[in-house]
Design a protein around this ligand. Sequence first.
Ligand SMILES: [Fe+2]
Ligand SMILES: [Fe+2]
Length: 292
Amino acid sequence: MEDRLEGVLNKIEELPTLPAVSQKILELMTDENASNRDIARLVENDQSMALKIMKIANSAFFGSMTRATSLEQAMVKIGMNEVRSIVLAVSVYDFFSNSDSGVFDRKRFWKHGIVCSQTAKYLGSHYRTGNDTLFISGLVHDMGKAVLDEYFHDEFISIINYLELKRCTFSEAEKTVMGITHAQIAAKLLTQWKFPDEIISQILYHHAPSEAGEFEKGAIILYLADIITKAAGYSCHANEETTDLKDFSQSDQVSYINEKGFRLDYALLERFVNHVQESIVGEADNMISLFD
Ligand SMILES: [Fe+2]
Ligand SMILES: [Fe+2]
């Protein structure tokens, strides 16, 4: 298993980097002296990216009452943080091929991510976290699965088979078959791409938020957003078992989340799921076409 794991890590190290515009944006994200103007100029240089941002900013996803006709207007309208997130989101989306491998439904996968991104953002504002990395973290939280499907396809099939045979969690199957989980794979690749620590930690611990240290609150939100997304009918895989909300509300996980000051119960969980079904999922279909 040791050798196998090292082989996996080496192979991830050889994966390509993101396009220049995204790398630059990532640099600016950690540069205190960078201005919004710097970001605007950068995006303007990339025609296809600029077009996508216009389309997304004018979509119902951002509750568009007025139409932005220039990139500058679009940026004012949706805010610079959102622009940064969209550039990163589009780059990660483009990194993966869109063709189905037969065992992994990419459309379903991205829908799960898109609904989760909006759910995470919604939960972030409900709990007043002031965290502006939840949209992008939610969108790509399961990208390790796409890495597995695309670059470790044989192992991915073994994981799916193991999952169906043992009816265990995805992470358990991954650990048994490969010795590494999709969360760890995503974190490794995002570290190579120099994403901010907050995003990396939230994604690394989206199934184990209590281990996320200083980024625990964000990891809890992502963990909850994932569960609520599935409960709203947007699971990542077709045969995935969804968490029963009543059982979940009485679980140790929810006690732990409440201990961290979140105030969560069955009624609130149901309210969250209803909100997602009424206000978020309707836009998920349109959203996928915006990324293309
Ligand atoms: Fe996951
Ligand atoms: Fe997920």
